[in-house]
Design a protein around this ligand. Structure first.
Ligand SMILES: [Zn+2]
Length: 507
């Protein structure tokens, strides 16, 4: 996920009714706590019951071996420098390939340009029918997607070199420790465990590591264009995004990205007569540009509340103070209220959810103070709500600019933002598994402010979520694209297990 997008990832959350109910129940009755205590006497009897989570069926010795592998492989993987540019993801792909080959896992290394590669692997479904192991999937696959490239780093600002995987204070340091080599590692472990443990499952599980996500996303574009069949008509995909916040000892929430706003970056150019700065020209390019931008800045896009967003806000209300909660439960009506609408402008966390947004980010006129240029330009960072039509928005903006000498062009085409539904077997699985590992934390679907690769895979009919199996403190999360990127060893030793249970809980 790019730095800009991460920075813009302000989010909204909502809560699963069941978990809220559970919390309310626990808050209401001290009895729930004491009954838990009484229950401990019957642990013996319960141990013969089916395990609450699939990974609990793995003998402790083997589990602890996987934990060791997780730490060892993470160190190896972090030491492969995949700074993009230039990427050099081929080295990382070859590293994955060695492991897949050694484990007997079907895989394909796809070098699509010199030094640039994607790697794909699959563990097929294995069902148990009438007590017998039967091959063949009965449901569509799950894809575990990660990118191998990382952003640049300056060792001068790090406690340990960025490609050293040094362990300091029980955390492993390395560029990619958060974004997203740790998640890739958890995905790798899941593949290895599925192959070795052979749990019954009715879906193929596909691993896909891509190149170039941080710059042009050419790895994903190439794969979707050349080898869409490798996705096996998948039903679900899990990738980066989401955030599980740890505050001190308390697990605040498990955040799952189900939608993103679509970046729609625009280049605005004004033309006019050039001349000497000592003889001002009223309709010069810079003057026209500034006036057009002023009209654009004054333009307030209408709030839009699509049904999915309405559902999201209504559920989010459970965590809000009463007056705000009432507005969120009936956002359509709230928007009729002038005072509420006016308050939105000040409310950054809600405002961006209800509107397409526009920010002026780059400007240029002349390169010399005493020269009036023939051309002046600005770039706008526009973010569209899921489902918005970029072409329509561009037309509106041209009308707002209201000047035939000012042109507005998209910098990167017309991609439409999209989202995935919340009521799916994958979301249910994340809820169940989170309730097991992070019982205090509500599971919150989020609308992210920026792009991630889910946007590319959803048009193929795949439900895509940004979900992380790790808990991070706010400080650790901020090391993504920053200095001293790291992950605590405790998380490395647990995360792959969380993801394994999520994959096997998808019914
Ligand atoms: Zn990333």
């Amino acid at each position: 996920m790019s730095h800009l997008h991460k920075a813009l990832l302000i989010f909204v959350s909502l809560v699963v009714a069941a978990i809220v109910a559970l919390h309310m129940l626990a808050a209401e009755t001290g009895a729930a706590v004491s009954s838990l205590r009484i229950d401990t006497g019957s642990l013996e009897a319960r141990s013969s019951a089916p395990p609450a989570m699939p990974s609990e069926g793995i003998p402790p010795k083997r589990l602890s071996h996987y934990q060791d592998l997780s730490v060892r492989w993470m160190a190896e993987y972090l030491r492969i420098n995949t700074t993009n540019p230039p990427g050099n993801e081929l080295k990382a792909a070859e590293w994955f390939k060695r492991i897949f080959d050694a484990e007997g896992i079907e895989n394909r290394l796809l070098e699509y340009a010199p030094g640039r590669a994607d790697i794909w692997a699959r563990v097929p479904a294995a069902r148990v029918v009438n007590g017998k192991r039967t091959a063949g999937a009965v449901k569509r696959p799950i894809v575990l997607l990660n990118h191998m490239d990382v952003v640049s780093s300056d060792p001068a600002y790090w406690r340990a070199p960025p490609f050293s995987a040094t362990i300091l204070d029980s955390a492993m340091y390395g560029r990619g420790a958060q974004d997203m080599k740790s998640e890739a590692l958890a995905q790798l472990l899941v593949m290895v465990m599925l192959k070795r443990e052979q749990p019954a499952r009715d879906r193929d599980v596909i691993f896909l590591a891509t190149a170039d996500e941080e710059v042009h996303d050419s790895g994903t574009d190439w794969l979707i264009a050349q080898h869409p069949e490798l996705l096996g008509h998948a039903e679900f995909l899990v990738t980066e995004g989401g955030e599980n916040l740890l505050d001190g000892a308390s697990e605040k929430y498990v955040g799952v990205d189900v939608a993103e706003k679509a970046p729609f970056w625009l280049h605005v150019v004004a033309h006019g007569e050039g001349g000497h700065g000592s003889r001002p020209i009223d309709d010069s390019a810079p003057n026209r540009l500034v006036r057009a931008l002023d009209r654009i800045m004054k333009y307030q896009p209408e709030p839009r509340v699509q049904p999915e967003l309405q559902q999201l806000l209504a559920e989010m209300a459970a965590f809000e103070p009463p007056s705000r909660a009432a507005h969120l439960r009936n956002i359509g009506q709230a928007l009729q209220d002038k005072a509420f609408r006016a308050s939105l402008a000040e409310d950054e966390s809600l405002n961006y959810l209800l509107h397409n947004t526009i920010a002026v980010t780059m400007l240029q006129g002349s390169r010399q103070t005493n020269v009036i240029p023939e051309e002046a330009w600005a770039n706008l960072d526009v973010r569209l709500l899921p489902g918005e039509d970029p072409k329509e928005f561009l037309q509106t903006l041209q009308a707002v600019a209201d000047d035939p000498s000012v042109s507005i062009e998209p910098l990167d085409g017309f991609a439409k933002g999209n989202s995935s539904p919340i009521s799916t077997a994958l979301f249910d699985s994340i809820r169940r598994v989170s309730a097991h590992y992070f019982p205090q934390a509500p599971v919150l679907p989020r609308l992210a402010g920026g792009y991630n690769e889910s946007q590319r895979y959803r048009p193929l009919g795949i439900v895509c979520y940004g979900f992380s199996p790790f808990m991070t403190t706010a400080e650790e999360a901020n090391t993504e694209h920053g200095n001293n990127e790291r992950i605590r060893l405790d998380e490395l030793r647990r995360g792959f297990r969380v993801l394994y249970d999520v994959v096997l809980n998808v019914r």
